[in-house]
Every structure is written in C-alpha cells, then in structure tokens.
Design a protein around this ligand. Structure first.
Ligand code: CMC
Length: 446
C-alpha cells in the first residue's frame, strides 16, 4: 500500500493541510484529486475528472430522488429540518404568519423584499385586475365531466391558459414576465372556485374587486347565485389567508422541482405551472391533506386508533400527514395551524375529527416506530380538518394548497430563469439494462 493510503498513527499531524477542499484518493488508480468545497457542497461536475482509464466517462454521483443533491442556489426559502425552522427571504414563518397577509408574502417571495406602501398598492391593483377568466376558459371548464376532480380541472385549465396568452413565451421580457406572474396569482382563486361550482352544478360567481384575496375565493365558492349580498366571515377569511401564507413556498419540493425542470426548457409559465400542479396532485405531496381526512373518517372513533397504528407499523399503509423529507423534529407550519384551528372552530363549531387527530398524534409521537423514524405531523395533518370545518369538500384540499403555492412556484421559476448557472435540466442515469444484442438473423426481413 502506498504511504499516503496508510491510516494515520495516533497523535501524528494530519496528512493534509486544513482547507476548503475535499481530497479524494481513487482506489482504482491511486490517483489523488482535490475538489473545492463551497456552501458545504462539492460541484458534482468536478467528479468527472476522476477516471479509471483514459476512455472512462468520469465519475458520476448516484442520488435517486435527489436525497442529497442541491440542484440550485436559491435565496428564497430557508429550511433547517432538524431545528424546525422555515424562513421566507430571511423572515421567520412565525413572524410573517399573522403579521403579513398572503399577497404581501407573495410579493416578498417574488421580489425579495416586503412591499412599501406604494409598491403594495400597485401590486394589489395588478392582482385585483387580473382575476377574471376569459369567457372561453369558462366554456372550456364547462366541458369537464360533472364529477371531474377539481385538481384535474386546475391542471388542465392552467395548461389551457397558455393558449390564451401566447405572449407568455417571451419569458426573458421583464414586463411580460411580470404580467404573467400577476395573472397566474390572480386567477388561481377564480379557477379553483369555478372548478368547485362546476362540480356542484351551480352558476359561476365572478370575482369582486372589492374583496381581499382569500375573501374573494370564499365568496366565489359559497355565495348563493340569487344574491350579491354575501360577505364571508372575517375570521374564516383571515384564517384562510394565514393558511395561504404557510403554504406559499417550501424550497425545492417535488412540485417546485417540476416547475423549475419544465421551466428550464423555456416553456411558458402556464405550462410550467400545470406541471407543478400535476406534481402537487400526488397523494405523497399536496394530495396528502385529502388523504388525512379520508383516513380520520375511516378511523371514526379513538378506539380504532390502535388498529390503524398496527397496520402502519406492519408496513401495510402510511400514516397520512406524518413524516417529511426535510423536517425531522417538527414542522413549524403544523404548529401554527393547530393554533388557527381554535379560531376557526369558534365560528364553525368543533370538528369531531380534531379529537381523533389529537389522540392519533399523541399515540404516534410516543410510539417507538415513529420516534426512531423521526415521523411527526406535517402541514397536512391539521390543515384538512380546518378546510373541512370551513365547508370545503375534500376534493378541494389540494387545490387550496396549490392556490398559494403558485407564488412560490413563480418565485422559484423566475430565480431559475435569471440564474446564469442554470441550463436545461438533464440528469444522468446508471444504465443497468441489456448489453448490446442483435435480432436473430432468421427474424430479420430478407
Ligand atoms: N407513515 C408510516 N411510515 C412512514 C411514513 C408515514 N407517513 N413516512 C415515512 N415512513 C417510514 C418509511 O416507511 C421509512 O421506513 P423504513 O426506514 O422502515 O423503510 C422511514 O419512515 C423513512 O421514510 P422515507 O420514506 O424515507 O421518507 P421520505 O423522505 O422519502 O418521504 C414523505 C417523505 C412525506 C413522502 C413520507 O413521510 C410520506 O409518505 N408521508 C405521508 C404522506 C404525507 O403526509 N405527505 C405530505 C408531506 S408535507 C406536504 C408537502 O410538502 O407536500
């Protein structure tokens, strides 16, 4: 063994000088490489210089599902999963929630700073005046089957909007890009409400310029069509707005990655947003809040909780609303949501599912299976119970997640477009299929 490969003896000086670099010895060639460390990471393309032979392609890193790979540098959202910290543009989520409304937070995510008085007035004007849908989009939505899932309708309608705004392809034109950002944020509640009204066979209610963002959604969903005299309960509007703040962004999650990936091919933002919403529809992502309610309804009484826990521990099902790829101690959003619940229940009456959820949480967090795996309630565990108490059907839950997440998707999409280091997304693979083979001569055309 060459000298540099021997284990250092006790108390000897370190073999290498302390520096911000990773020193690698390739066991196949015994060659030594130095790879710089920046922001606690190495630049994966640096590994390509490590080759077993002249013709070797170079070393790849293998990371299925991106468990330990940073795909971008981002200045939008900071999460420390071990400490349970979530910050948007440096501001703790606990300070934003309750002190700033959703549209201020959307501005913050997209522009990097909280709006001043004039900026806020202009932003609110731009969002308010883009809430209407083209009548043909309304007709397009009319053609969905009566029991179409509203999330499926949302995904298709977002993609459909791309055909209404061909100018959106000019993604590097700052003014046009801003206009699509306004449109997308503004139209989300309208699309969501139309999808709901379609599913219950009721006339669409148009957005009102006099109402706030969350208020408008509630009015478009719940206002009886025979009256214009309807004001949503201010406590419920405020609670919904706060839930929107909590859901606005969550750095490089599955749907954001879809937004960035499709955006990296320079598709227009409507097409990218449709892809992001499609990812969010999955039951492991934004569809989880819907699954939590279905699970709690199935449990029905506290007495059935041990049975559910047994099934989960036997690997037969997941405890929906538990666990997170990043948070391994607590999800700060879940804690804020728990507090919102009491404000909502003061208006709507206590949701009986809450008692089952609280008991389920108590049992799970003191069980070894969940402790060892660092599984705690995530944002979806309690949000569904609140949505249900507010009168939203479960099918609408992922849509309620998508509405505010649009601002995060757009902030991330814009950051990706303006980042000179980003190119079209193109992961590598490890090919493990058949070696070269040929169709037998007898089967070849003569
Ligand atoms: N119930 C039971 N076991 C679980 C759960 C769960 N909810 N989540 C993870 N585990 C187990 C998993 O089986 C694995 O066990 P083992 O080590 O024995 O194989 C261990 O915990 C580690 O989990 P993992 O699958 O490696 O975790 P992940 O980071 O790949 O998945 C997750 C994260 C959120 C997809 C997963 O926890 C899950 O499926 N949770 C239920 C769905 C859910 O609530 N999703 C909402 C996420 S928060 C909202 C959002 O951002 O979308």
């Amino acid at each position: 063994m060459p000298k540099r490969m021997q284990a250092p003896k006790k108390k000897t000086a370190p073999l290498l000088k302390k520096d911000h670099a990773l020193h690698i010895v390739d066991g196949r060639t015994l060659k030594e490489y130095t790879v710089p460390i920046q922001h606690g990471s190495i630049h994966a393309p640096d590994l390509r210089q490590i080759r077993a032979s002249e013709t070797d392609f170079g070393l790849l890193s293998y990371d299925p599902s991106f468990q330990n790979t940073a795909s971008c540098k981002s200045g939008i959202t900071f999460i420390d999963g071990n400490a349970g910290i979530l910050r948007y543009r440096g501001y703790p989520i606990e300070e934003l929630a309750g002190n700033r409304n959703y549209l201020e937070v959307a501005y913050l995510l997209i522009n990097g700073r909280l709006p001043g008085k004039n900026q806020l007035a202009e932003w609110l004007h731009n969002i308010t005046y883009h809430t209407m849908l083209h009548e043909n989009i309304k007709k397009f939505m009319d053609d969905f089957h009566h029991d179409a899932h509203p999330m499926g309708m949302l995904v298709c309608t977002l993609a459909g909007l791309s055909t209404f705004y061909p100018e959106a392809k000019a993604i590097f034109d700052t003014d046009l890009r801003q206009r699509q950002i306004h449109r997308l944020i503004a139209k989300m509640p309208t699309i969501a409400a139309f999808a709901y009204r379609h599913s219950i066979g009721m006339a669409y209610i148009y957005p009102s310029n006099d109402l706030g963002y969350a208020e408008n959604l509630l009015a478009m969903m719940h206002r009886p069509s025979w009256t214009t005299d309807y004001t949503p309960d201010p406590v419920l509007s405020k609670a919904l707005d706060l839930l929107f703040v909590l859901h606005a962004d969550h750095e490089q999650n599955c749907s954001t990655e879809a937004m960035r990936t499709v955006g990296s091919a320079h598709a227009d933002p409507y097409t990218c947003a449709a892809a992001a919403a499609a990812a969010l529809y999955g039951p492991l992502h934004g569809g989880a809040n819907e699954q939590v309610i279905r699970m709690l309804k199935e449990v029905r009484t506290k007495e059935n909780i041990p049975k559910l826990i047994r099934q989960v521990k036997a690997g037969r099902r997941l405890l929906m609303g538990f666990g997170h790829r990043i948070y391994k101690n607590r999800d700060p959003r879940a804690e804020i949501i728990k507090k919102v619940a009491s404000d909502v229940f003061a208006v709507t009456g206590r949701n009986p599912l809450l008692d089952i959820a609280l008991e389920l949480e108590k049992v799970a967090i003191s069980d070894d299976y969940f402790i060892k795996r660092h599984l705690y309630p995530n944002v979806d565990f309690y949000s569904g119970i609140i949505y249900q108490s507010m009168g939203f059907p479960v099918d609408m839950f992922p849509v309620l997640f998508a509405i505010p997440r649009m601002s995060g998707w757009l902030a991330q999409w814009q950051e990706m477009l303006l980042d000179p280091e980003q190119r079209i997304t193109r992961p590598r693979q490890l090919y493990v299929g058949s070696r070269l083979r040929h169709i037998p001569e007898a089967e070849q055309p003569s």
